[in-house]
Design a binder for this molecule. Structure first.
Ligand code: MN
Ligand code: FE
Length: 331
């Protein structure tokens, strides 16, 4: 039975499993369990309140990333629950979507925790997706791209509609979680490497670990729909997806320069921008589209930290490196 458009799928009958990858991502997600309160914010609060611990550049970068992520996590959660879940009736895929929705709630909670502990103005942070043009541009790009699937009358029946659904999946899994999150991850982890805002940095590491799984599930879902219904994967549709991803890369670069115009100690803004190209090529490759940039990874420590090792293992569907509970271990 295909993963979309099967009237024969019984959403309550999970065994026997038809798509083992969905089950494996679920188990990996559970093994990665964490909550933000496990991470101390004591030093972050001291640094944030100190007049000298952080430069203006660093403060701007932190605010921009809290501003972007605080609302991006809810946008993602809403798409899973209100759009994707409705159209994916396969029970093991739904089990994963429920887990992912919970993880998005954890991520939303992380930004509440950050705002509360640092004493930030919630009206300012949670309005940055309206007031900061580079953030607004990213969010509205994804929302516009995926609007059609939120229509209560939308169905995935037929080639054009299946393409619309895949466009939604590319919009949230590949572009939002796979590209729009990554300049921010790189910036916050770069800061952590300099012993600045290490509590938030560690929370971003946990979020990035979760997001690499969300991305892996999303790519498996896209690739399954494509394999089951190859007629949707026309040359025109592929070209359209590539163009969307290229546009997303430009928006993410603009965001990176806006959040961190002068770069950080030892990293210039161009390197964040090159990192976005490098990441985009990996995403394209993963859903069977041609790489566009050929950019080398300018921040190899990012791969060591999370992305490469974990994505590779997800694709090999090995879960050997996960640990139960809060311990973070990537090596
Ligand atoms: Mn998330
Ligand atoms: Fe996510």
């Amino acid at each position: 039975m295909p993963i979309i458009n099967s009237s024969k799928t019984d959403p309550n009958k999970i065994l026997p499993i038809q798509y083992p990858w969905a089950r494996e991502h679920y188990k990996a997600g559970v093994a990665n369990n964490w909550v933000p309160e496990e991470i101390s914010m004591q030093r972050d609060v001291e640094q944030w309140k100190s007049p000298t611990a952080l430069s203006e550049t660093e403060r701007r970068l932190i605010l921009w990333n809290l501003g972007f992520f605080s609302t991006a996590e809810s946008l993602t959660a809403n798409n899973i629950v209100l759009a994707v879940y409705h159209h994916i009736t396969n029970p093991e895929a739904r089990q994963y979507l429920l887990r992912q929705a919970f993880e998005e709630a954890i991520h939303t909670d992380t930004f509440i925790y950050c705002c509360d502990t640092l004493g930030l103005d919630p009206d300012e942070i949670y309005n940055m997706y309206n007031t900061i043009p580079s953030i607004h541009a990213k969010d509205s790009f994804v929302v516009d791209l995926t609007r059609v699937v939120f229509d209560p009358h939308f169905s995935t029946e037929g080639t054009a509609n299946a393409q619309k659904f895949v466009r939604d999946l590319v919009g949230f899994y590949v572009i939002m979680e796979g590209i729009f999150f990554y300049a921010g991850f790189a910036m916050m982890l770069a800061l952590k490497r300099q012993n600045k805002m290490v509590g938030i940095g560690e929370q971003f590491e946990f979020i990035m670990r979760d997001e690499s799984l969300h991305l892996a599930f999303g790519c498996d879902l896209i690739n399954t729909i494509r394999a089951e219904d190859p007629g949707i994967w026309t040359a025109d549709f592929q070209a359209e997806l590539v163009a969307l991803i290229r546009r997303a890369v430009e928006l993410e670069k603009a965001y990176a320069y806006d959040a961190c115009p002068q770069g950080l100690l030892g990293i210039n803004a161009d390197q964040f921008s090159q990192y976005v190209e490098y990441i985009a090529d990996r995403r394209l490759d993963r859903i069977g589209l041609p790489k566009q940039y050929g950019t080398r990874n300018p921040l190899p420590w990012m791969s060591q930290a999370t992305d490469l090792a974990k994505e590779k293992n997800f694709f090999e569907t090995r879960v050997t490196e996960y640990q139960v509970g809060a311990a973070l271990s990537w090596d």
